[in-house]
Design a protein around this ligand. Structure first.
Ligand code: PBG
Ligand code: ZN
Length: 327
């Protein structure tokens, strides 16, 4: 059947009808808000290229998390930005490190906050790479036990979801084993499975002081030209015990999100990364685009592509936008 029997505009006639036939939605319970944690007290320092985002000391972090809970944002992912760095990233797996202390403080104050702990060494290493350096490159197998130890320490502190972002081979298996051997068999792993070597991480690396001191991350993160390879990465991580898989960045990789969602029946996470955030904020500051509409349209594109969950610096903006919409 076709026009004039079929009229697509009937389903667009009123806001109520449009709402009825809407296929995807943005719900706050599907969003994860990233938080940067620094040493010290009473610190809330703005991140230059990420307007609205801050680095928090643990005391101000707890206050922030309380505000998030009031806004009905119940998922956060933590990144440590320590003063002390060394060549093996020991701050990343120290029992009294920034992240375990931050996790414990959050859990004590807001017990039902779902705390994701990013696991990587680049914020803790003096050279800024995601693992141990040997012969000018990251040594995969020497990095694994350190990542596993970080995961164990974060789980012991109360983390709900362990999210390795290093892209070492076999890290999910190493982490799963360490968790299971220590009584954390119920703690989930969300693997950054298809993590690309992307220029969109620029603002994050400024925020987290984690830019590599030499070279780049192309020997461990994925080549932006590849798509089939992402499916292999996802398959391996699932075989090793990942409970959720992530595609990162999101916007330039929506085709990957879609392929992963179609091929594997598992929760798919898209990371709406720092550069994607900064581009929108910058255009808005120039008066070139409408902030609220562009933010929602962007996040919808990720849900439409197949993302179940979105990690996004826009989570607080979304809470405000959803609250301001007519009910
Ligand atoms: C570290 C890590 C990065 C991001 C999350 N974890 C950056 C990197 O690989 O350099 C990027 C997040 C963002 O850009 O918002 N392994
Ligand atoms: Zn890293």
């Amino acid at each position: 059947m076709t026009f004039p029997i079929v009229r697509m505009r009937r389903n667009r006639r009123t806001p109520r009808i449009r709402e009825l036939v809407r296929e995807t939605e943005i719900g706050l319970h599907k969003l994860v808000y990233p938080l940067f944690v620094v040493d010290g007290e009473n610190v809330k320092s703005p991140i230059g290229a990420m307007p609205g985002c801050f680095r928090f000391s643990i005391d101000t972090l707890v206050a922030e998390v309380n505000e998030l809970a009031q806004m009905h944002i119940y998922n956060v992912i933590l990144f440590g930005v320590p003063n002390h760095k060394d060549d093996v990233g020991s701050g990343g797996y120290a029992t009294d490190g920034l992240i375990p202390r931050a996790i414990a403080a959050i859990k004590k104050s807001v017990a039902d906050m779902c705390v994701w702990a990013d696991v990587c060494l680049c914020e803790y290493t003096s050279h800024g790479h995601c693992g141990v350096i040997e012969n000018q490159t990251v040594n995969n197998d020497k990095t694994l036990p350190l990542l596993a130890e970080a995961a164990r320490v974060y789980a012991a502190a109360g983390a709900d979801i362990i999210a390795p972002s290093d892209m070492m081979d076999g890290r999910v298996d190493a982490i799963r084993t360490a968790l299971d051997d220590n009584g954390f068999e119920d703690i989930a792993i969300c693997a950054y499975s298809a993590k690309y070597a992307s220029a969109y991480y620029g603002p994050f690396r400024d925020a987290a002081h984690s830019a590599p001191g030499f070279g780049d991350r192309t020997s461990y993160q994925m080549d932006p030209a590849n798509s089939d390879e992402a499916l292999r990465e996802v398959e391996l991580d699932l075989d090793e015990g990942a409970d959720m898989v992530m595609v990162k960045p999101a916007l330039a990789y929506l085709d990957i999100v879609r392929r992963v969602k179609e091929q594997f029946m598992v929760p798919v996470v898209a990371y709406n990364v720092s550069g994607e955030y900064s581009m929108i904020k910058a255009a808005v500051q120039n008066g070139w685009i409408d902030h609220d509409r562009v933010v929602m349209e962007t996040l919808l594109s990720m849900r439409r592509a197949g993302a179940d969950i979105i990690i996004t610096y826009f989570a607080k903006d979304v809470a405000r936008i959803l609250n301001s919409q007519p009910k």
